[in-house]
Design a protein around this ligand. Structure first.
Ligand code: GDP
Length: 438
């Protein structure tokens, strides 16, 4: 997702970053490119207009203020506006003072409601909660069975009654109280498109359980249609947030960038694959960073923390930020990374990773030559790859059963990645602290 938009914006950012001065003509040209990129990503036209107006305002300000680095200021404006369009703030969950906290899941059939009900339950579990799932989707054959299977995988009980969806929801709530479960997630029925009967049913279920949160599951692949669906649901139910599913697909991203403006509610969670752990809280600022090719170190660090030893994760993160991350650290992390879900998704969060690598279908096997190359290096070479001269290269290639070109490529890519991380670290550290210049 966002690949095309990201590619175009990265190109624009690269161009303006290097400019010492920006003229109004430069700004006009940049704005034209940004507008086209957003429209091509299927972003709602109203959103495109307001985003562009605000970026332009900042950009013109930067050209006039004799700012030291106007390009950087424009990049910041683009980043801020993408963040705003993606919802601004991260939606944080407030738990009901009288448990259970009730979550209602709504959406069209096939949007990923059932899968994401289970993913959300798993997320709550990771927060130390004890969820109960309720299968109130009696419309789609086998939806309850699917929920039971998923529930068993994550060790979360599932309640359902084949009689009636509204009754099921109501009894599910009673069941949660009886069992002392503190979060209730109600999966409801969807249809292929919105119809009156479905809306009435979900309205009745909502009335029966009085949810603290109503989440609308939207399939990112449906683009602008998704935004219309959201509007229709929002008219009947008070939507609190969106769960954007299938963000691993090649959707252009328009839905994600438009939904906040259209219904005034943010994306709360993002689903990035079919596996139950491919689900994360949605952080608009981090996503904006990813789109602009600046990586998303924070999410990466969080995912690492879930898989790594705490100390090790903190050390690795600190080293990355300071640009002291060596090839040996890289090898170490590679072993852990295998525990952290899809490699393609991880790559998309790292700054400075070349496009081809991000888009490649990366599996564990493709890491083997990289592992072998690093293992054939001495500790000195892993720490200071600059010492690797021609004869060392030949030795490493022979030792790892690869070609000299492979060794070259790894060293070069690692060098670029390190430079980029260093830059990010300096930017991240410098932003909030006045006087600390990069
Ligand atoms: P429901 O009809 O809304 O309950 O939809 P399901 O939960 O059954 O999901 C429909 C299909 O989408 C299933 O095959 C899921 O595995 C798949 N799916 C759900 N979320 C994701 C996602 O984030 N990425 C991908 N690739 N597939 C997903």
């Amino acid at each position: 997702m966002f690949d095309n938009l990201s590619g175009r914006l990265e190109g624009i950012v690269k161009k303006i970053r290097g400019k010492g001065r920006l003229t109004e003509a430069d700004v006009d040209e940049v704005m034209k490119e940004i507008r086209t990129a957003l429209l091509e990503a299927d972003v709602n036209v109203t959103v495109v207009r307001s985003v562009c107006n605000r970026i332009r305002e900042h950009a013109i300000g930067a050209t006039r203020s004799q700012a030291l680095d106007p390009g950087q200021q424009v990049v910041k404006a683009v980043n801020d506006e993408l963040t705003r369009a993606l919802g601004g703030e991260t939606l944080s969950i407030t738990y009901a003072s009288k448990p259970p906290t009730v979550v209602l899941m709504a959406g069209l059939q096939g949007s990923g409601k059932t899968t994401n009900s289970a993913k959300l339950a798993s997320w709550f579990k990771a927060q130390g909660r004890q969820p109960l799932l309720v299968g109130a989707d009696l419309q789609r054959p086998a939806a309850v069975e699917q929920l039971r299977t998923l529930g068993a995988q994550i060790d979360v009980p599932v309640y359902s009654d084949p009689e009636d969806p509204v009754l099921t929801a109501h009894q599910g709530l009673e069941e949660a109280k009886r069992l002392g479960r503190d979060v209730l997630i109600v999966d409801t029925a969807g249809r292929l498109s919105i119809d009156a009967e479905m809306m009435e049913q979900v309205r009745l279920i909502s009335g029966a359980v009085d949810p603290d949160y109503t989440f609308l599951v939207i399939d990112a692949m449906t683009g602008q249609d998704a935004v219309q669906t959201a509007e229709a649901f929002h008219e009947t139910l008070k939507i609190d947030g969106v769960i954007m599913s299938k963000m691993d697909g090649d959707a252009r991203g328009g839905a994600a960038l438009s939904v906040k403006e259209v219904i005034g509610r943010p994306i709360a969670f993002a689903s990035t694959g079919e596996k139950l752990n491919e689900f994360e809280q949605f952080h608009p600022d981090r996503m904006a960073g990813r789109i602009l090719g600046m990586g998303d170190m924070l999410t990466l660090i969080e995912q690492a923390e879930a898989a790594f030893e705490q100390d090790q994760a903190e050390q690795a993160a600190a080293k990355m930020m300071e640009g002291q991350f060596t090839l040996d650290d890289f090898l170490d992390q590679m072993q852990q990374i295998k525990k952290m879900g899809s490699l393609g998704n991880l790559m998309s969060m790292m700054p400075g990773i070349p496009k081809e690598l991000k888009n490649a279908d990366i599996d564990d096997d493709s890491l083997k030559p990289i592992e072998a190359i690093i293992r054939s290096m001495t500790m000195e070479e892993r720490t200071f790859p600059k010492v690797i001269n021609g004869s060392r290269r030949a030795r490493i290639a022979a030792g790892s059963g690869t070609q000299v070109g492979d060794v070259n490529r790894l060293v070069k890519q690692f060098d670029e990645m390190q430079k980029m991380m260093k830059k990010m670290g300096v930017m991240g550290g410098g932003m909030g602290k006045k006087g600390k210049k990069g």
